[in-house]
Design a binder for this molecule. Sequence first.
Ligand SMILES: [Fe+2]
Length: 155
Amino acid sequence: MSKFDLQIEKKDKIISKLEILLASENVSNLKTRKYHRNVESKRFKWMHKFFEELYNASFERIDEIAERIRILWAYTKWTFKEYLELSIIKEEDKLEVSESDMFDNLAEDKLAILDLMKKIIDLASENGDVWTESLLSGFVEDYEKDLWMIRSMNK
Ligand SMILES: [Fe+2]
């Protein structure tokens, strides 16, 4: 305990939830990059680009979540072994995935991560962690918008 510690109740609990979010976002990022490369479709170029936009936004979120954990004065997990243990979503282990399944899988993962983020927002808000609350609220906007697009494209 240092005199410079941020006065946030249940900080350790918030950090451990952020670790789960960081792990899940990393697994989602890897899955999206795989789809970016492996998609085969008449609209390949366009899907390739769309997945690239998703993983680029995800890279930014990963950095911001990890930095928030550091700002709360904890170290972040750094290996995929740890990410896979913590992640609430599964990695993609199939080589060939249909275009429609790619969209369904991404939408399912986004919904699960959205639910996790809303729980962390509640926890942060109850314990005076304003930054975590506002950071994740911004991510909720991104996620809900992504979900709208993914569902609209998979009709
Ligand atoms: Fe690429």
